[in-house]
Ligand binder design. Sequence first.
Ligand SMILES: [Zn+2]
Length: 387
Amino acid sequence: MRDPASGLLSRAMTQIKFKLHKTDGLARRGTLHTPRGDIRTPAFMPVGTAATVKAMLPGSVRETGADILLGNTYHLMLRPSAARIERLGGLHKFMNWDKPILTDSGGFQVMSLAGLRKLTEEGVTFSSHVDGSKHMLSPETSMEIQRQLGSDIVMAFDECTPYPCTREEAETSMRMSMRWAQRSRDAFGDRPGYALFGIQQGGIHEDLRAESAEALRGIGFDGYAVGGLAVGEGPELMFSTLDHCVGHLPDNRPRYLMGVGKPDDLLGAVERGIDMFDCVLPSRSGRNGQVFTPRGPLNIRNARHADDPRPLDEHCDCPACSSYSRAYLHHVHRAQEIIASMLLTWHNLRYYQRLMQGMRDAIETRQFTKFASDTRAAWAQGDIEPM
Ligand SMILES: [Zn+2]
């Protein structure tokens, strides 16, 4: 049923629902149904930090194949403020993106960006990195801010345990996050058509990850995130932690690995049963001239591209590849023209979505192992020979 005012499927009629279509090994192909549209999983979510995916129009982000965006609670609460966004009709309307939005809880960025933080059982008080103003984030205020933004998928408020840390620190931090998970659940309440995801913590310790998963399952969430990884532990420890932490999460809910990552991280995590990702890497790298291709990354700044009439990737259908040469992209990047950020961001986001599509197709046909080894072999080849 469509709500005539918004044109959306009625929230009450469409609970957020996850359907698992197929598995291949531990890799999973599913769909997360939401009133604002379906999210095909495994899914990559581009990051729209300050209500924009930098250098991209929302329609262009959609054209890359994204079903969902991530917004940052911390940035939006400070500027322009959640109350202002709510008055202006919510984040979807404000930024002109009508597909689903997931917002983080703000906790991670408070710890990485804000000044003068004080962490207590109640929450975190901090001063804004923008203007020094004082703020408070707690499970309750984070749920309220994410409601004001109108986020479709709300993340529980947690502490992202820093790395490295002692086992005792990981345990204390995880247990507080689990108490905060319960408070997040209570504060979120009953909101048909909106989802709340819990976040597993526990550092790199298998028993703590298991304890955290059990606590979250006991509370009950619409999806489960793996938090506290990709914080400096390196790919080997990340994968060995994933090897033992994913299996503790429920099979019938989406699993989201937060803040990851490079293309080979995505492939390795899907291989281990992860369904959702977000990362600033494709967009940030695009602005810095780093380009992802099926033959590994390249840097468009390098002099070898200055006379090269070929596209970045002859098989890519993005505007950068279909209409521009490496020589042109090299020139506009070196000249710091805005179009360089636009085209390279578009290409990188398209590459990420093509990689996800490739993984989804491979799981459908139970060819994931072959897809993974072919993809890794192509990355290892390196860029095409210079002309
Ligand atoms: Zn391209």
